[in-house]
Design a binder for this molecule. Structure first.
Ligand code: SF4
Length: 364
């Protein structure tokens, strides 16, 4: 089974089961969940699988350092689909990880043909977004880099490249332009950077399940190239991807109604949430008799992922929906208020952080 990390197709539950079985992803069981209840994505079962979380628990118990690594491809403004990974890195940093955050401008060139200089303003904008979401840039707690300017990631790419064959990349990614294989090796550099730069330490990479091929490649090459250095095999957590707001498979730039960006006018965001697919019935009477289907509802999903911080309220929403006590109109109105309040607050915070982002990326 090959998963294409650059594709716009989502991965359904059957495929997730196959990935778990064929590639050894561990399930987040109740015991694991209990250990990380502070993490909203684990608590709400949005993160369903992992690799090597046990190393992180050991590091926490023995007060050793550990890392969380993530990044963003500066190919456009921050959007609803990018939010999950961004908030996950913030959550892990709050739990004590040093955060390593990469601006994947080599990937945006290889995948989208955006030159490094063109990507700079987007990179500043994207970084200001994640700072506004709570990433603490204090050098003691974070390290931020651009792939094109970071010698370590290029160094690792060349070093591990010697171990990579055409058959390997074909088996993992299928047939792709050479530049994407190169970008995948640069990502290996990103993921081992915390250990290469600051010494062996467990590292967790929060990703959507579609990014597992990069994690497998990195673990394989770390095992083979960095065993003498005693590097930990980089770990990962896996979340389910949010489908498109309009019910399409996945949020995709090709379909602007499937998501909203954080730079979009407020009325456009409002309209998209208003038009989101719900799990409601055909009419009020049916809804009251049969109840809605929150598991198939994008309004419920965006509240669960991002916009309803209170677990009890979320649960109450679910119960009222399935028992027909809640109607979609009122429910949507509440969701729209929450989304717009979040965006307005975010905009205010972000405006104050643009200069900081420029400084951190050394872009004037
Ligand atoms: S009541 Fe709310 S959660 Fe239930 S289906 Fe309608 S919009 Fe979705």
């Amino acid at each position: 089974m090959t998963v294409d990390p650059w594709s716009s197709a989502n991965i359904d539950d059957n495929e997730i089961e196959r990935l778990i079985k064929e590639f050894g992803i561990e399930r987040v069981d109740d015991i694991t969940r209990q250990k990380m209840l502070e993490n909203r994505f684990i608590r709400r079962k949005i993160i369903f699988g992992h690799r090597s979380l046990g190393d992180i628990f050991k590091a926490i118990d023995s007060r050793n350092s550990w890392a969380v690594m993530s990044g963003i491809k500066p190919s456009g403004p921050f959007h609803l689909g990018t939010l999950t990974t961004a908030l996950e890195i913030v959550e892990f940093q709050k739990l004590g990880a040093r955060a390593y955050y990469c601006i994947a401008d080599i990937e945006s060139w290889e995948d989208n043909g955006i030159r490094y200089e063109e990507a700079e303003e987007t990179a500043v904008d994207n970084l200001a977004d994640i700072l506004a979401l709570g990433l603490d840039p204090d050098p003691e707690k974070a390290y931020i880099w651009r792939q094109s300017k970071e010698p370590i990631v290029k160094d690792v790419c060349f070093k591990v490249g010697r171990l990579v064959t055409q058959n390997m990349v074909n088996a993992i990614y299928g047939e792709k332009p050479f530049g994407l294989y190169l970008a995948a090796l640069i990502q290996v550099g990103d993921i081992v950077l915390p250990q290469y730069r600051d010494g062996p330490q467990p590292t967790i990479v929060p990703v959507g399940i579609d990014q597992d091929p990069h994690i497998r490649l990195t673990r394989d090459l770390t095992r083979r190239y960095f065993s003498e250095e005693k590097y930990f095999l980089p770990g990962a957590t896996y979340h389910r991807l949010l489908p498109g707001l309009d019910g399409s498979d996945k949020m995709s730039k090709r379909n602007p109604n499937s998501y909203f960006t954080f730079n979009e006018p407020i009325d456009s965001i409002e309209k998209k949430v208003k038009n989101a697919l719900t799990g409601g019935r055909r009419n009020k009477k049916e809804q009251q008799e049969l109840g809605g289907e929150p598991q198939n509802c994008m309004i419920y999903k965006i509240l669960m992922y991002h916009f309803e911080p209170n677990d009890d309220k979320l649960k109450e929403n679910f119960e009222k929906c399935v028992t027909g006590q809640l109607l979609c109109g009122a429910c949507k109105k509440n969701a729209i208020e929450k989304v717009l309040a979040f965006i307005k607050d975010h905009e205010k915070k972000k405006a104050k952080l643009i200069e900081k982002a420029r400084e951190l990326l050394d872009i004037r």
